[in-house]
Unconditional design. Sequence first.
Lengths: 162, 103
Amino acid sequence: MFDLLIVAATLVCALQAIRSPRLLMSALWLASASALTALLMYLLGAPEVAVIELSVGAGLVTVLFVFAINIAGEELPDLRALVPKPLAWLVAIGAMALGAWMAMPGLRTPAPALQQPPFAVVLWEQRTVDVLLQVVLIIGGVLGVLGLLGPGGAQAGKEKRS
Amino acid sequence: MTLSLPALVAVAVVGLLGIGLAGLLVTRNLIKVVVGMQVMVKGGMLAMVLAGHLCGQVQTGAALALTVIVADTIVSVVALAFAVQVRRRFGTLDLQALSTLRR
């Protein structure tokens, strides 16, 4: 019963994040969806990643969103979407039905109980390449943000434009 | 009839992916596009943990989900910086305005 409530609340929060007319409310709904996702991860038995999702997904990303909305401005006139709304929802519901159909057989197989080493060992010893990839991604992201927002970037763009 | 936790989480995964896709399709605002992408990535992340749970290898799924969290955060940071810069130069967040980038 509790699980059902969490799943329903997650979906409602995600839907509100998409539908909310104000950007700030949208970011806050996204944060609550993120927190509920973290709760589901905890229930599935992955508390470490749930904590990270809660702090990064619900905390850091929300702060960044609020920051960006502050700078970019709360501008959301009723722009007409490129795809008509009913068609978009039809495509999304079709994709959901297909996904559910494909996920169905996987749920029927019983879960074999496997003895696994703790999270830290799996992450640092078995998935070393992933950790390296994360480091590269973080460096790339920092360089990208510096290139976009750093001193000179905006100035150079303005000069070129004028 | 009561649904088991994996079945319920599978419903959440499919729902999040579908809602995110719909959000990407219906909006033209750059920041809303990032929101839709975030919703979709949350579905994918949850799917990885669920797959680990179903195979009895929760820790491997969690390690993969961690990579997804990092990648997703970086992507949204860069996308938001891009949105801010677009707003500065073009004065709008409308994706259509970017078509003037064409030469």
